[in-house]
Design a protein around this ligand. Structure first.
Ligand code: ADP
Ligand code: MG
Length: 287
């Protein structure tokens, strides 16, 4: 039988906006020593603004239009942001043959012409020569009809509590914080330095994130636990692989929420240390 105080713990956590799917997760949480974070949508807002457009072969507004149309079927934060930058209703009849390549970008036909929008890896994959971008930001290279058409630089902002969340976790006994991201190294390094994250791995594909978590699981202190926090569809396998999977509940994908053991109802990373404290308190009552 489940000790009564576990119910109190789960109830207390839920009052704090942390949904715990079972009492065993509460116990695991109390032993967390390594906290692994996804970046976009977890530590940052996942709401990108356009910072600049470079080497465009057409009017900037036209390039944004192609990007927004090609991205129209994607639920990635990048796609949502490009559609907001376009600002007009998407005419879906202009778009066909959509392919989303996770961790790379999208390819679709717009007005019957092939449009690719994504990172260096996507361009390499298509064999398209691109002009490297030196700005700190997430780079969306565009290729239209197999020819390079310029790039859009977008950037995201850190969540207001992220820095405090990392500090609070250390105070709650978490020994190491790690950030995993598919985004560019320059962006990742800057966010990690700003937030005081101990280790950062960038330009990862979704499968690389699972591999990194497996490596990190081998380094954890005896009897301790590793937790992963993420928000995206791509994060579901990592959420399952970690000892504890924590998902963002408000802006997170259904797949992430489903795969997680714990859900943060308001997407606030500061709630993780709060949940750890609640779990410790409730375990002290049990044992
Ligand atoms: P994160 O680890 O930050 O959650 P993802 O794995 O979702 O990132 O994506 C990694 C990178 O792949 C992005 O930074 C971007 O360069 C590229 N990418 C992914 N999806 C898209 C998309 N829909 N449009 C353009 N680029 C994308
Ligand atoms: Mg993400």
């Amino acid at each position: 039988s489940i000790p009564l105080s576990f119910f109190a713990g789960i109830g207390g956590a839920s009052k704090a906006g942390v949904l715990v799917k079972g009492s065993n997760y509460l116990e695991n949480l109390s032993k967390t020593k390594i906290l692994v974070f996804d970046k976009t949508g977890t530590l940052t807002k996942g709401v990108f603004e356009v910072n600049g457009i470079h080497h465009s072969e057409m009017e900037n507004a036209k390039l944004i239009e192609y990007a927004a149309l090609a991205e129209s079927a994607s639920s990635h934060p990048i796609s949502k942001s490009l559609q907001k930058a376009y600002g007009k209703e998407i005419d879906r009849s202009r778009v066909s043959d959509i392919r989303e390549i996770s961790g790379n970008g999208v390819i679709a036909k717009v007005d019957g012409v092939e449009v690719a929008a994504g990172n260096d890896k996507l361009m390499d994959h298509l064999g398209i020569r691109y002009i490297p971008c030196h700005s700190v930001g997430t780079i969306i290279h565009m290729a239209i009809d197999g020819k390079y058409a310029g790039h859009i630089v977008i950037s995201d902002i850190e969540k207001p509590h992220s820095r405090e969340a990392i500090r609070a976790l250390r105070a709650a006994g978490v020994q190491k914080s790690v950030m995993l991201t598919g985004d560019a190294k320059k962006v990742a390094d800057k966010v990690a330095a700003d937030l005081g994250i101990d280790q950062v791995y960038s330009e990862l594909l979704p499968a690389d994130k699972v591999e990194k978590v497996e490596e990190l699981l081998k380094t954890k202190p005896e009897k301790s636990r590793l937790a992963f926090v993420g928000d995206g569809i791509n994060d579901a396998p990592v959420l399952r692989r970690a000892d504890i999977g924590i998902a963002m509940g408000a802006m997170g994908s259904d797949a992430a929420i489903e795969a997680a053991d714990i859900v943060l109802m308001d997407d606030d990373p500061l709630k993780i240390s709060k949940a750890i404290r609640i779990s410790r308190k409730c375990l002290r009552i049990v044992y």
